[in-house]
Design a protein around this ligand. Structure first.
Ligand code: ATP
Length: 253
């Protein structure tokens, strides 16, 4: 479904050029949940941002169902693919109510039955209609992330790009949001491409995972093989060992 072939991206030019992605290639099947892991600065978020159309200057090939993606945002892409950011407080407009946040994409895309759709999408993420006229500061972190997920889903995309969707949340609500994402994927057959540094999240939510190091993919594994120590790639083993100490807590099913 998603095919990425030799994706390259640099920031700056000439002597100041900084190459951030080097020949990144991977594919994600329809309905699959594919993780991206790697140390800080290895380029994981940048891959998502390229696919979401947030950087206009990448080179290489990327396609969805065989249809080429061009750098930059276009309407068709918004209907196919949406991004959920790490920090729901930063990603929701502080002076927009939930109703405005959810109605706006529908208006822009001239989709009818706004009222009914907003109500249904809120119910799908576990929020009742009383949340409609709240502002971001009037909700908990977990509720805000539910709204951010609702906003990503309101145009009914088939793919979600998830950038550490639980890492800014209190530990007590992380499992709730992960369970919600798992349920939505199962019910609606969504495809996920997800950045995470948390091995528990990987096991809970991802089928396969690509390991990134300094802008390159160095290993692609089933996520179970990555965390059970059967991966033979030396960098993957080092990364998993380093991460294990920080994310060994269990995730409620
Ligand atoms: N707009 C930008 N301009 C210049 N450099 C950038 C820009 N965005 C990202 N970078 C650089 O690109 C590299 C990759 O960043 P990216 O955010 O993709 O890493 P990451 O693997 O997601 O890291 P983290 O786990 O810390 O979020 C970093 O060196 C970063 O400094």
């Amino acid at each position: 479904m998603i095919a990425v072939d030799a994706l390259n991206l640099s920031f700056g030019t000439g002597a100041a050029a900084h190459k951030v992605l080097s020949d990144v290639s991977f594919s994600v099947a329809e309905g699959e949940s594919f993780g991206l892991v790697g140390e800080s600065g290895s380029g994981k978020t940048t891959v998502l941002r390229c696919l979401a159309g947030l950087y206009p200057h990448w080179t290489g090939k990327a396609s969805i169902d065989g249809q080429a993606l061009k750098p930059g945002i276009d309407r068709a892409r918004c209907r196919q693919m949406q991004m959920v950011f790490q920090d729901p407080y930063g990603s929701l407009h502080p002076r927009h109510t939930v109703d405005t946040a959810l109605s706006e994409p529908l208006r822009i895309h001239r989709i009818g039955d706004i009222d009914g759709r907003v109500s249904r999408i809120l119910a799908r993420v576990g929020l009742n209609d009383s949340f409609r006229y709240r502002y971001p500061h009037q909700m908990s972190g977990g509720q805000r992330q539910r709204v951010a997920i609702a906003r990503a889903l309101v145009l009914e995309p088939r793919i979600l790009l998830l950038d550490e969707p639980t890492s800014a949340l209190d530990v007590s609500v992380q499992a709730e949001i992960l369970n919600l994402l798992a349920e939505l994927r199962e019910r609606d057959g969504l495809t996920y491409l997800m950045v995470t540094h948390d091995l528990g999240v990987l096991v809970h939510l991802c089928n396969r995972v690509a390991v990134m190091q300094e802008g390159r993919i160095v290993d692609i594994q089933a996520s179970a093989a990555l965390v059970d120590g059967s991966s033979v790639h030396p960098y993957t083993r080092t990364l998993v060992e380093a991460t294990r100490n920080f994310s060994a807590r269990p995730i409620a099913a």
